[in-house]
Design a protein around this ligand. Structure first.
Ligand code: FAD
Length: 274
């Protein structure tokens, strides 16, 4: 099979869910009987968890529960906006989203995996998985755009062809290795032997090869990475992925991502580094 171009997909595999029954019991145990838990339709679960964690710090569920607190913000969106404004970002660490990303390259994973604070990483192995059909993501700067001059279109066409040919040649290399080492790669051979060889073969594959992984980030880390990686200075593949992630977060947790505004395709937060 010839090396082929693929798109990158980003899916939310899991996200924080609040157990409302347990929350009710927890609130009542603390004497916060007047606090009404907002419905899922009014406040998203990840945002609710953040708000609950924040409110319990000062026992600010209802006036008088803590004698130092005689008024509380009832509007959850307003309350959470103030959490962001005050940079009380640590409470955002309670809620987590897990993303399944398919078709991204090692260019992406190399940059993504630099984000360590609040991030869980499971990168697809190229030591255990032997690549036979090589796919890759075509950089946007090699894709035709409206308004491109014929000279630019020609450069882009030549670049796409060259990149495709390069991966096709790497696919041939993988087939060559598989033939040379066929006894060691036979089904009855040990997994260890296959692993050693697979790791050696991958050294000839370009870092643009399509792979994937699962990344779980808490909301504080998500805000930081979205702001950093959709910036104009960011590498185009990670920006491509994080613009998708940013849109997902704006739609799913508007209470804590609503301050991000899209300016010429860049997601710019009102509150930096909470
Ligand atoms: C445009 C761009 C170009 C880049 N170019 C290069 C490059 O050429 N070479 C290169 O090596 N890297 C490069 N990077 C990667 C960059 O240096 C960071 O490693 C990466 O963006 C991870 O971000 P972070 O440091 O904020 O870490 P995260 O893990 O996302 O941490 C979030 C925040 O937590 C805090 N934090 C995390 N870890 C610690 C710690 N150990 N001690 C104290 N505080 C901590 C910091 O405030 C940090 O900003 C580049 C990044 C960008 C966006």
């Amino acid at each position: 099979m010839a090396a082929a171009f693929n798109e990158i997909t980003v899916r939310v595999l899991a996200r924080t869910v609040v157990d409302r029954q347990a929350v009710r019991e927890w609130l009542d145990e603390m004497g916060a009987n007047e606090f009404e838990i907002p419905s899922e339709e009014t406040v998203s679960d990840p945002a609710l968890l953040v708000a609950l964690a924040a409110k319990q710090c000062y026992m600010a569920f209802q006036p008088g529960l803590n004698p130092n607190v005689n008024k509380v913000r009832k509007d959850m969106v307003e309350y959470l906006d103030n959490v962001l404004k005050q940079r009380h970002g640590s409470v955002l660490e309670h809620a987590v989203f897990s993303f399944g990303v398919n078709g991204c390259s090692r260019v992406f994973t190399g940059e993504m995996n630099r984000h360590r604070a609040g991030v869980g990483i499971s990168e697809r192995s190229m030591r255990y998985i032997r690549y036979t059909n090589i796919k890759f993501w075509m950089p946007e700067c090699f894709r035709d755009e409206e308004g491109d001059t014929s000279a630019i279109l020609e450069k882009k066409r030549l670049s796409r062809e060259r990149l495709t040919a390069q991966f096709a040649s790497q696919e041939d290399m993988m087939a060559f290795f598989a033939e040379v080492w066929k006894e060691e790669l036979a089904p009855e051979s040990t997994f260890h032997a296959k692993k050693v060889l697979t790791s050696a073969f991958r050294r000839g594959i370009g870092m643009g090869v399509a792979t994937g992984g699962v990344w779980s980030l808490n909301l504080r880390a998500l805000r930081h990475v979205i702001a950093l990686r959709t910036d104009e200075g960011a590498e185009e593949e990670i920006a491509h992925v994080f613009k998708k992630v940013g849109k997902i977060m704006l739609a799913q947790v508007p209470e804590l991502f609503g301050d991000f505004k899209e300016v010429n395709g860049v997601l710019v937060p009102e509150y930096w580094k909470v």
